[in-house]
Design a protein around this ligand. Structure first.
Ligand SMILES: [Zn+2]
Length: 405
C-alpha cells in the first residue's frame, strides 16, 4: 500500500507541476493549509477587532472600510499631448488619488545592528532637488520625519519651505532607537515602537510630535511607525495626539519573524482604525500580480506550511508582490501594480520611498549617481502614467476632508 501511495503521489506531483494543473494543486494545498487560519490569528484571537477595541495590529472588520467624497476621487481630464478628445481616454480614467510618502530619516547601515548614534544626515542636501522635481511632475510628497531630521536645521528649512508653500506635507515617523527618552535596550525587538511599553511608546512619540510642531509651526496629522511597528496601544496614542491618518500598515507583509507585526491579512483599501471613525488608516499600497494573484493571500498563508514549494512562485512569475516604490521595483512593475490597484478601485494610492535613497551610497537601492537618476526617471514615468489615468496627487488635508465618517 505504501508503495502504491508513493507512486500515486509522484504521479500526482508530475501532473501538478505541468502548468495546466498547477492551480488545482495549489487549491488542494490551500485546503490542507488554510484550515484554521480564516478563523483566527496566531494567538487564536478572532480576526478583526479584539475585545480591547483598537489594536491596529489586528485586521479591521470589512465594515471599517472608508468611503471618500466622489469629488475628491474624481478622475482629472488628461492634458498630456494636448489631446482632449471627449471619449478618447475616459474608459481608462480611474477615480483615485495619490500621495508620495517619504520616510525622511537619518542614514544608517541597514544591515548592521541598531545603534543610538551611528548615523548621518548628509543626504539632506539632496532634498531640494527632490522637492523641486516633485513640483515639476505633480507629485505631492508627505515627509514623514523622525527625530534626527526634525532636529536638523537644514532639513527643517527645506521641508518647512515646501510645506508653507502648500507643495508638501510633514508628518511623524518614529524610529525609537534614535528618539528620546532613551529608556530601553537597543535591539531588533525594541526597534518596533509597538513592542515598547505603552508609556515609553507614548513618551517617544510625544517628544517627536511636539518637536515637529515646534519646528514646522503646525501640528502633524499623519503618522508612520518606523519599520511599520504599530502595537496594541498605538491607536489610542495617535488619537489622543490629534493624528488623523496612520500609514503604518503594510498589507501582504509579515514581519513577525523579526519581532514585528503581521499585516498579511490587512486590506489594501483605506479603513477606519477605530470605532469612532476618527483615525483613518491609509495602508502603504502593495498588490499581488501574476497568474495566481487572486490566491495571493492564501498562498502566503500556505507558505508557512510549505515554504520551499511556494518559494518558487515568484521566480515563475506566478505570484509577485508589487510595492509602489522606486526602491527595488522597476517603473514597469510599478505601473503594472498601479493598474491592479486601479482595477480594484483603490481610492488612494500610497507610494513610498526613504529619503536616504535620494543620494548615492546610503541604502541598498542607490549606489551611484546614475542609480539616483534612475530613481528620478522612475518617478517621472510613474507620475506621467498616473496623469494618463486621471490620478491626481492629494494633500493630507484633502484626504482627511474627503474621508466620510
Ligand atoms: Zn524609517
Amino acid at each position: 500500500m505504501r508503495v502504491f501511495a508513493w507512486r500515486a503521489h509522484r504521479a500526482y506531483l508530475k501532473i501538478a507541476f505541468s502548468k495546466a494543473s498547477l492551480t488545482i494543486f495549489v487549491y488542494r494545498a490551500l485546503i490542507m493549509s488554510i484550515g484554521g487560519s480564516n478563523s483566527g490569528g496566531p494567538n487564536g484571537a478572532p480576526a478583526g477587532r479584539s475585545d480591547r477595541g483598537v489594536s491596529m495590529v489586528d485586521p479591521p472588520s470589512p465594515s471599517a472600510k472608508a468611503a471618500f467624497d466622489p469629488e475628491f476621487t474624481r478622475a482629472s481630464t488628461p492634458v498630456s499631448g494636448g489631446k482632449t478628445g471627449p471619449s478618447q481616454t475616459s474608459a481608462n480614467q480611474a477615480n483615485t488619488r495619490a500621495i508620495l510618502t517619504v520616510d525622511t530619516e537619518e542614514e544608517f547601515d541597514w544591515n548592521a545592528p541598531f545603534t543610538r548614534d551611528q548615523h548621518g544626515l548628509k543626504h539632506v542636501a539632496a532634498l531640494p532637488r527632490f522637492q523641486s522635481f516633485c513640483e515639476e511632475i505633480g507629485a505631492h510628497p508627505v515627509y514623514l520625519v523622525d527625530w534626527p531630521i526634525a532636529n536638523d536645521a537644514s532639513a527643517v528649512e527645506i521641508i518647512g519651505d515646501a510645506v508653507r508653500r502648500g507643495m508638501a506635507d510633514v508628518g511623524v515617523q518614529l524610529h525609537p532607537w534614535v528618539n528620546p527618552p532613551f529608556d530601553e535596550e537597543v535591539s531588533a525587538h525594541n526597534s518596533y515602537a509597538g513592542n515598547l511599553s505603552p508609556e515609553l511608546e507614548a513618551a517617544k512619540f510625544t517628544a517627536l510630535r511636539d518637536r515637529i510642531e515646534e519646528a514646522f509651526g503646525a501640528a502633524p496629522l499623519i503618522y508612520r511607525a518606523g519599520r511599520y511597528g504599530l502595537g496594541p496601544s498605538s491607536a489610542a496614542l495617535l488619537k489622543s495626539a490629534g493624528i488623523a491618518i496612520d500609514t503604518s500598515v503594510r498589507p501582504l507583509f509579515d514581519y513577525s519573524d523579526q519581532h514585528g507585526p503581521d499585516y498579511s491579512a490587512h486590506p489594501i483599501a483605506p479603513y477606519w482604525a477605530d470605532a469612532e471613525r476618527t483615525l483613518l488608516e491609509l495602508p502603504v499600497t502593495t498588490v499581488y500580480w501574476g497568474l495566481l494573484r487572486q490566491l495571493g493571500r492564501h498562498i502566503h498563508r500556505a507558505q508557512r506550511h510549505f515554504p520551499t514549494f511556494f518559494a518558487g512562485f515568484s521566480k515563475l512569475k506566478l505570484l509577485e508582490r508589487i510595492a509602489l516604490t522606486p526602491e527595488g521595483v522597476t517603473a514597469e512593475e510599478a505601473i503594472r501594480g498601479i493598474d491592479i490597484a486601479l482595477d480594484e478601485g483603490l481610492p488612494v494610492l500610497v507610494l513610498s520611498l526613504h529619503s536616504p535613497t535620494l543620494a548615492p551610497g546610503f541604502t541598498p537601492y542607490t549606489h551611484t549617481a546614475q542609480d539616483v537618476d534612475t530613481l528620478y526617471d522612475w518617478l517621472r514615468r510613474v507620475y506621467l502614467y498616473l496623469e494618463t489615468r486621471g490620478v491626481r496627487s492629494a494633500s493630507v488635508a484633502e484626504v482627511i476632508a474627503a474621508a466620510k465618517q
